[in-house]
Design a protein around this ligand. Structure first.
Ligand SMILES: Cc1ncc(COP(=O)(O)O)c(C=O)c1O
Length: 405
């Protein structure tokens, strides 16, 4: 095919920008897989997939597949319009009821993705007069939502409650806050929003949610918790907040990880839900999640509610894998979740290791900046319920050969 020569100069400039990305060992590319499960065969090689977020192995579950078939028969393949046009389907509302009950919130609103949920929530809650307090290791969708809101953003050191409190103390509200003197206020905010992942996506550690909830109450801040990596696993499936008996103002979640489907949601009280329906551009101006995805997610919630052992079993297996790694002499930090990072540091080195692991049949993605801070490249391993004892043992053996020997 012949392309027009019109943009040749621009194209060359983009090519040289791409070359710089490659030289910096930051090159990203797509690889096509025949399967997405925890273990699958492609081209005669059996791959152990430790990069999947299908934590509960529900994506291929017969109950989800059957629900999708029924939904397609009844409502077709697509929502066909934005929810506010004619795309609001009964299956969306049934899923929202189930997600609200699961998380212990009054209501829920399903978004086309978790990314869009975070962007929609933060841009609806905050504007130029407001202040967002965000953990340094929050997910990119939280960072993007905060930036798009045009609020002032205060990034507190990762899980550092004292740092967060010092920032909250130094920035008063426009109205008086009980027990807190606004004397040091530099630029008072109309609303204050504290936002955090509950389980951090690249480190697998837990946010100090009890302390954050106490600070939110004390400083009259709205608490938003992204439970993307905790829904389905902690708190009988409702997430880490539910496990700890905390009800944040807004719970964010994705349908694309433990729920084995695709889409996202915000669970919250009615007025917040109304605010999202009226303000969240990522909700208003996007086609509703497909009936297929909604049906699969609803079946996943039902599976999680009826099979209470899924989450605890996953966490037990992850600890089992961690001790297998330690037995093989692999240095892993103590962890509490299904996400197990192996620190490497150097970008080029992490990609070389990921390639060697792949050649040995283990999918373990190398994670580099800007996904993680500079100098902290790592292999991110995630254990799922598709990994039985033999798979875990095999994976630990491959990692030992590539990393230690
Ligand atoms: C913490 C966190 N929040 C939000 C998202 C976005 O969810 P989704 O993949 O549904 O867009 C992710 C996914 O990578 C995530 O890790």
């Amino acid at each position: 095919m012949k392309y027009s020569m019109k943009s040749t100069n621009s194209r060359h400039r983009y090519e040289s920008e791409l070359e710089k990305i490659r030289q910096a060992s930051r090159w990203r590319f797509l690889r096509a897989w025949d399967g997405a499960g925890g273990v699958f065969t492609q081209g005669g090689t059996c791959y152990l997939n430790f990069s999947s977020n299908d934590y509960l192995n529900l994506s291929g579950d017969p109950a989800l597949k059957a629900a999708v078939v029924d939904a397609v028969a009844e409502q077709g393949c697509g929502a066909t319009a934005s929810r506010l046009m004619s795309g609001n389907l009964t299956i969306h509302e049934a899923l929202e009821r189930a997600l609200a009950d699961l998380t212990g919130q009054e209501g829920a609103l399903v978004f086309p993705s978790g990314y869009q949920a975070n962007v929609g929530v933060l841009t609806s809650l905050a504007g130029p007069d407001d202040m967002i307090f965000s953990d340094a290791l929050n997910h990119a969708s939280i960072i993007d939502g905060a930036r798009l809101s045009k609020a002032s953003i205060q990034v507190y050191r990762h899980n550092d409650v004292a740092h967060l409190e010092s920032l909250l103390r130094s920035i008063g509200l426009r109205r008086a806050v009980a027990g807190v003197s606004p004397v040091h206020s530099s630029s008072p905010a109309q609303h204050r929003i504290i936002v955090t992942d509950s389980v951090f996506s690249m480190d697998g550690d837990l946010a100090p949610l009890k302390e954050l909830a106490a600070l939110a109450a004390r400083y009259d801040a709205v608490l938003v918790v992204d439970e993307a990596h905790a829904i389905g696993i902690w708190g009988e499936g409702g997430g880490l907040c539910r496990h700890l008996g905390i009800r944040p103002d807004v719970t964010i979640g994705t349908l694309g990880k433990a729920l084995g489907s695709g889409g996202g949601f915000a669970a919250c009280d009615g007025p917040y839900r109304d605010l999202l329906i009226n303000r969240a551009r990522s909700f208003i101006y996007s086609t509703g999640v497909s009936p297929m995805n909604a049906a699969a997610a609803l079946a996943a919630v039902e599976a999680i509610v009826s099979r209470k052992s899924l989450g605890p079993t996953l966490l037990r297996r992850a600890r089992q894998f961690q001790s297998m790694l330690a037995d093989h002499g692999i240095d892993v930090a103590p962890g509490e979740t299904q996400i197990i990072p192996i620190a490497v540091g150097d970008d080029a080195q992490v990609m070389t290791l990921a390639k060697s692991l792949l050649e040995a049949g283990l999918i373990a993605t190398g994670i580099r900046p800007p996904t993680v801070p500079e100098g902290t490249a790592r292999l991110r391993l995630s254990v799922t319920l598709a990994h039985d004892d033999t798979t875990l043992e095999k994976a630990a053996g491959i990692l030992a050969r590539v990393l230690v020997e």
